[in-house]
Design a protein around this ligand. Structure first.
Ligand SMILES: NC(=O)c1ccc[n+]([C@@H]2O[C@H](COP(=O)([O-])OP(=O)(O)OC[C@H]3O[C@@H](n4cnc5c(N)ncnc54)[C@H](O)[C@@H]3O)[C@@H](O)[C@H]2O)c1
Length: 509
């Protein structure tokens, strides 16, 4: 690993020097100040806090993002906000039209405002015309999906292949193609070979990699103010271009007196960093969920246990909340792809534990169905319980709060299992209803919390949206048929709920 070569401190020096020129001064003459920590700011303030830094195009490459999903769209919008000229490309024409008319086709806090603002600035546009993209950008980021292959654990790289081949054929000058999608180690080398085969001869197009760590629901903040930047290139030319591409982030950090560590490394390491991070997080979650099983069996309380071990800074208390398990478009498929790739490279044994991490996670779902059956007073036979006649108010369908993303959502999977057990499952989710309806049409969906809980025999509070975390046991109790609650979020005080006559069941307590 090479030492980080361009840090926030250097950006600060560059900024101080440039600040003599109003054209390149992101603070417009004000001295850099120590910004309040982002978590103290409201999202609205965060949007307005950004002033586009330097417009000096000699150090500001033009950028394209291929694939405008949760990752690519956030990047396109945020990089326009940072002062870059940006084009977003996608094969989904309806999505592109939506962006161009200023409507964000997904739920991500803060991003709709930023989309409108940057369309108006003229720095941001979206297209389905690959020739226009090839002609426009100096650096092309590949942000397409890499889902799990059907019937296998490995990653499906066909979207990457199509995007790269399509772009390469339309190039007419030397550019840098940077992979951002999460991929198995070795993909960058393969992408370089694809480019060499399909780009016009002699252009010398290069491939780099820069893994992404944004978290949906906090994506805008994570892109503008990342906790680290990781990238890899194959030449000094590409390395300089990657520095120029990230300059806006470092200049913003300098203005706000923050440090953003930069790790410049080789291609294989850059690819591995992301899956390693996700494997570590998944392991942490499954560890605490295994402790939840043990706590339930032994009469302990996993919430207190997690708090107690989390005070040890070597452990930390984040990602240590026992519950219904992890999901989403990243963690589950990434640990499976890592394990599969390790097997291909002959080191599969070292990663068998990840298969167990996956199994612990999936078992949460059967475990939760049993817990609901217990609450409803139904026994679980070898085929699970029969929940016919049980009306369940089901709160939450997304894989976490503040997103509309239902990919591999544990909450939605458990809802379907309850339906398979013949329960009448009435789902409410603040933002995920449309996606959930399309994926699980066998469930009933309602538009308000009140409709969901009316006359319910069991309330399942599954995704910690604020609307659910702040439920009042007495007010809720007046709307349901029976006071029984499964707290899949582990967010409530059991004593409080029991005091109001509820049968309360949490996870691991
Ligand atoms: N979503 C996250 O929070 C996140 C975070 C870090 C990394 N990642 C990784 O980023 C990648 C993308 O994830 P996502 O959540 O944005 O996926 P997504 O499914 O939301 O978006 C993928 C987009 O690519 C488009 N696409 C498909 N084929 C294309 C092609 N040939 N050319 C151009 N566009 C094409 C699709 O229409 C879609 O809009 C994945 O590898 C994922 O693991 C995602």
């Amino acid at each position: 690993m090479r030492e980080a070569e361009y840090t926030t401190a250097q950006a600060k020096v560059a900024f101080t020097y440039n600040s003599r020129s109003p054209r390149t001064d992101p603070t417009h003459g004000r001295r850099p100040h120590r910004a309040r920590l982002p978590n103290e700011q409201t999202r609205h303030q965060m949007v307005n806090a950004i002033q586009p830094p330097s417009q000096n195009t000699t150090t500001r490459p033009r950028i394209s993002f291929l694939g405008c999903g949760y990752l690519g769209a956030t990047y396109a919008i945020c990089f326009a906000e940072l002062g870059y000229e940006v084009v977003g490309f996608d094969v989904d024409a309806a999505k592109i039209e939506s962006f161009n008319t200023g409507v964000l086709p997904m739920h991500e806090p803060g991003l709709p405002e930023l989309l409108k603002k940057n369309l108006e600035s003229g720095r941001l546009r979206f297209t389905t015309d690959v020739q226009a993209v090839a002609d426009f950008a100096d650096v092309h980021f590949i942000c397409v999906g890499t889902p799990q292959r059907k019937g296998e654990h490995g990653a499906d790289l066909s979207y990457i292949e199509t995007a790269v081949v399509n772009l390469s054929k339309h190039l007419s000058r030397k550019v840098l193609i940077v992979g951002k999608s999460t991929v198995p180690v070795g993909t960058a080398q393969w992408v370089q070979e694809l480019v060499d085969r399909h780009a016009p001869e002699g252009l010398g197009v290069e491939v780099g990699w820069s893994p992404e760590f944004l978290q949906e629901s906090n994506a805008m903040h994570d892109v503008l103010r990342p906790n680290r930047i990781v990238y890899a290139s194959q030449s000094e030319w590409a390395s300089q271009l990657l520095k120029d591409v990230h300059r806006g982030i470092l200049e913003l950090a300098a203005v706000e007196d923050r440090e953003v560590p930069v790790v410049e490394t080789d291609l294989a390491t850059a690819e591995l960093v992301k899956v390693a991070a996700n494997a570590f997080l998944a392991t942490k979650i499954s560890f605490i969920n295994a402790m939840a099983d043990l706590s339930e069996a032994a009469g302990a309380d996993v919430v207190d246990l997690a708090r107690a071990i989390g005070y040890d800074q070597r452990i930390g208390n984040r990602f240590l909340r026992a519950g219904i398990g992890f999901g989403g478009g990243c963690l589950p498929k990434d640990i499976r792809a890592l394990s599969a790739r390790a097997g291909e490279l002959g080191v599969g044994e070292s990663f068998r534990f990840l298969d167990e991490v996956d199994s612990v996670n999936t078992r949460r779902r059967t475990h939760t169905v049993r817990a609901v059956a217990d609450l409803a007073g139904r026994t679980s036979g070898p085929n699970g319980p029969d929940l016919s006649g049980v009306r369940i108010a089901y709160l939450g369908a997304t894989f976490k709060p503040d997103t509309d993303d239902i990919r591999d959502s544990p909450a939605l999977d458990i809802a379907r299992r309850l339906r398979s057990a013949r329960a009448d499952v009435v789902v409410y989710d603040p933002e995920g209803l449309e996606n959930a309806k399309a994926y699980a049409p066998e469930l009933s969906f309602v538009k308000t919390l009140a409709e969901a809980v009316a006359d319910a025999d069991v309330v399942c509070a599954m995704v910690p949206w604020e609307e659910f975390r702040t439920l009042d046991p007495e007010a809720l109790g007046r709307q349901v048929a029976e006071r029984r609650i499964l707290d899949g979020m582990n967010a409530f005080d059991p004593e409080q709920w029991r005091k109001h006559g509820w049968s309360y069941q949490g996870i691991g307590r």
